[in-house]
Design a protein around this ligand. Structure first.
Ligand code: PLP
Length: 375
């Protein structure tokens, strides 16, 4: 099998796994316990907090461990509006992950004012639209990089337009792929996840800028400075730390590798498949994602393309969802202005440090033969 779905999740790095095992088998203490086992676990959790904070230019006290990107996103949105009462308006964009769009929808149904900003044909948020809104007592949530196309938003510029709003970014896809400085980006909150960078599933973090009176919606023990009750998942947190360390220590080499693979793939796809549209621009994007669609998509079945690719040994995906037996277009491609037929039949390839050039060549050949026979 050729795995080209690394934006969905990644293979756990051997070194990550090794670093996690002792925290499940020998040093399995609860980090809140005061005995030797507990103190050892506490040291491990705090060391992970320090290292992850330093990688994004944050203070350790600004890092809250969560179960992943979904929890971090939901926590910010709901706490800012409810428990912390920092904002009464939420401004977001049309291409956010559903872990933002669905909670925003729910908040809107409960009477909270929400604004969903459009994007341009590249998938970048239309920053000028922000001028139309009063951003005082607002929470702005704009993703750093899009999970379907890899397109990156210019957060620093967005911050300059909204100096008075709280600013959150979903940095799940960009963390470990590009340098991140929370102060450089000007964000107050940021969401991260370990499993997109060869770490374990079920752990992530939320950056909360110091000085913000942030209250948790999750009650129980006083863990994470009373901001997220629940026993810390020590082994997962250590795995997250190791994955983040490896990603940032090898950032240039990995992005050169993944970038050269997506560049090659872009070239081969254009060469071998007529009427193809590349939805990932070749600038201001993550190095590892390539999203394509087909201009004559009315003759192609997006779901079947992925299924046949899988049968022929290539795992890739798209942003379309099957609702009540019918395929829905990708909300990201639709927001970028693609017709519904085309937005239903996109294909997302996402590579990793483990992907090889030969795998890219084989995957393109397989896709070309599927499209050819469907046409
Ligand atoms: N945000 C983005 C942009 C993502 O791509 C994902 C995962 O696909 C998430 C949030 C959810 O993260 P997690 O799987 O850690 O809950």
């Amino acid at each position: 099998m050729i795995y080209l779905d690394n934006s969905a999740t990644t293979k756990v790095d051997e070194q990550v796994l090794e670093s996690m095992l002792p925290w499940m088998t020998q040093d399995y203490g609860n980090a809140s316990s005061t005995h030797t086992f507990g103190r050892k676990a506490r040291v491990a959790v705090e060391s992970a907090r320090e290292e992850i904070a330093s990688l994004i230019g944050a203070h350790p006290a600004e890092i809250l461990f969560t179960s992943g990107g979904t929890e971090s996103n939901n926590t910010v949105l709901k706490s800012c509006v409810h428990e912390s009462a920092l904002a009464d308006t939420i401004i977001t964009s049309s291409t956010e992950h559903h872990a933002i769009l669905y909670p925003v929808e729910q908040l809107q149904q409960s009477g909270i004012k929400t604004v969903v900003l459009p994007v341009n044909s590249n998938g970048n948020v239309l920053i000028e639209m922000l001028h139309q809104h009063n951003t005082q007592r607002s929470l702005l949530s704009i993703m750093h990089a899009n999970n379907e196309t890899g397109v990156m938003n210019n957060l620093t510029e967005i911050r300059s337009v909204i100096p008075d709003a709280y600013f959150h970014t979903d940095a799940v896809q960009s963390f470990g792929k590009v340098p991140i400085s929370v102060s450089g980006l000007g964000v107050d909150f940021a969401s991260f996840s370990a499993h997109k960078i060869h770490g374990p599933k079920g752990v992530g973090a939320l950056f909360i800028r110091k000085g913000i009176d942030f209250k948790s919606h999750q009650q129980g023990g006083g863990q994470e400075r009373n901001r997220r009750a629940g026993t810390e998942a020590v082994a997962l947190i250590v795995g997250f730390q190791t994955a983040a360390r490896i990603a940032y220590a090898n950032l240039n080499a990995i992005s050169e590798h993944t970038g050269s693979l997506t560049t090659l793939m872009r070239k081969l796809l254009l060469e071998f498949i007529p009427n193809i549209r590349i939805n990932t621009p070749d600038y201001n994007t993550l190095p590892n994602i390539l999203n394509i669609s087909f201009m004559d998509a009315e003759y192609l079945d997006g779901d079947a393309i992925l299924q046949i690719m899988d049968m022929k040994g290539v795992a890739c995906s798209n942003g379309s969802a099957c609702v009540s037996g019918t395929m829905q277009p990708s909300h990201v491609l639709s927001a970028m202005g693609l017709p519904d037929t085309e937005a239903k039949a996109g294909v997302r390839f996402s590579v990793s440090k483990f992907t090889t050039e030969n795998e890219i060549r084989v995957a393109v050949q397989i896709l070309a033969s599927i499209i050819d026979s469907m046409r």
